[in-house]
Design a protein around this ligand. Structure first.
Ligand code: FES
Length: 98
């Protein structure tokens, strides 16, 4: 079941920026808007999350799920499967949650 509200932390640290963080941020904002999720989400930009080798990275709360290796397609998949359908995208999780 999807959460009532999501807080998304998108890393825009130097390494993630070089790996395409600005592009995925733009895709995320477009997808949130197109899917009517702007009032159900808050997006916060953050500096290095300490997972540079897996970037670009994003953490989704309330579950605290760390996604990495993100591109446009992965962001679209997370928006649909995680934020709308309430199911984490397991293949994109970088740090497993118990
Ligand atoms: S710059 Fe994003 S995890 Fe380090």
């Amino acid at each position: 079941m999807p959460s009532e509200y999501y807080h998304l932390f998108v890393c825009t640290g130097t390494t993630c920026e070089h790996q395409g963080a600005e592009e995925i941020l733009q895709t995320l904002q477009n997808e949130l808007k197109q899917n009517g999720l702007l009032k159900k989400t808050r997006t916060t930009l953050c500096r290095c999350l300490g997972q540079c080798g897996n970037g670009p990275n994003m953490v989704v709360y309330p579950e605290g799920i760390w996604y990495g290796g993100l591109g446009e397609g992965e962001i679209k998949q997370i928006v649909v499967e995680h934020l709308i359908e309430g199911k984490a995208v397991k293949k994109l999780i970088q740090i497993p949650v118990d």
